[in-house]
Design a protein around this ligand. Sequence first.
Ligand code: NAG
Length: 440
Amino acid sequence: MQRIRNSAWGLLDLLCAGAAGVRSGRPTATRRPLSSGQEPLKKTPLFDFHQSHGGKMVPFAGWSLPVQYRDSHLESHLHTRRHCSLFDVSHMLQTKIFGKDRVKLMESLVVSDIAELKPNQGTLTLFTNEEGGIIDDLIVTNTSDDYLYVVSNAGCREKDMALMQNKVSELKSAGCDVNLEVINNALIALQGPSAAQVLQAGVADDLRKLTFMTSAMMDVFGIPGCRVTRCGYTGEDGVEISVPAEKAIHLAEVLLENKEVKLAGLAARDSLRLEAGLCLYGNDIDEHTTPVEGSLSWTLGKRRRAAMDFPGAAIVIPQMKGRLARKRVGLTSTGAPIRQHSLIMNTEGAVIGWLLQSPWILSESGEHLSMLLGISHPLHTGEITSGCPSPCLKKNVAMGYVDGGYSKIGTPLLVEVRKKQQEAVVSKMPFVPTRYYTSK
Ligand SMILES: *[C@@H]1O[C@H](CO)[C@@H](O)[C@H](O)[C@H]1NC(C)=O
């Protein structure tokens, strides 16, 4: 790739001009590092459990979490698809929203039809800003216990709290009845085809009635006050169990007594979710990505689209018609693994986004100048946002952003891996079929 030398200031101007052109003059906000490196890492209630089971602890979103245990990443990944695995997801933010105006509060922040949720039904949704950018992805469940149960990302904890808290204050001062409470429970995910069978041994409820994205309070292996939600982040059937913190280790030990269950860490979690085509916030979607660009239009509620009453709707809704400048797609390839920040080109080798049309933004070493200079930038068109070799498919799977004209399934493209171009093809997601326990 041709590289043109230029002065740093010229490059800076170009970066800013390019960003403004593509993003309609929105200010370039700093992409926040997931872990500040200043504060000590937070420990989940399962920290001692991880250590005693050989967990290799790493920093993730400000928390100390196991990247893997004694099994290899590959073994752990395949075990989840064949049996089931236990993941500690206690770092996620769990909140309850009370009050008779709780639905009004939630709908003022997210894109989905919250008022249409049946009792104990949940949905994946998105907090959006006034520009239509995704502030976070989250699951909102309409519990039959007079509150909404909300689970959002650990890395977005502070901004999510501020967002919800400010709206609570605003609505309260307008005379509304709404309150927010943080739940300090641990959260244990049990994921895989045998997850329900393993859990069934410890609960009185018939889990055949707990379908995908529904939730119930139950005693789990004698522990009262657990919320079991049939959902997950691996593409498999499975549950997430919100358990009082002081009982978390006991529950994990009991579950692990079953031979079906093994421990899995962040590494397996990442490759599993990628095979399932699911986004990692901060990697694949961020505040400069809209739900439509992120290929998450299905989260936009029907009523909300018609009313255009969610934050950023005036920008997001028109994107649903016509060609998009950037869209998240799945890519598959053989050969060297495609990784985050690999570049995407068309078959002529021409770069297909504003960044890539400007090769001088690449340094001699091939890195984006914006990164070298520590300038934050949105998820670029023409750039891979997540990628790994798929343990199940034995080829590379990845996702990234391309100009809408290149987003059709089957479109042949090139990806630059270690300065070499290799063939890739736009592919349907999920890459590995999901096996959620739906009622149909
Ligand atoms: C939520 O569940 C309750 C039952 O707890 C039900 O009365 C209500 O209609 C459901 N929907 C909403 C938006 O509250």
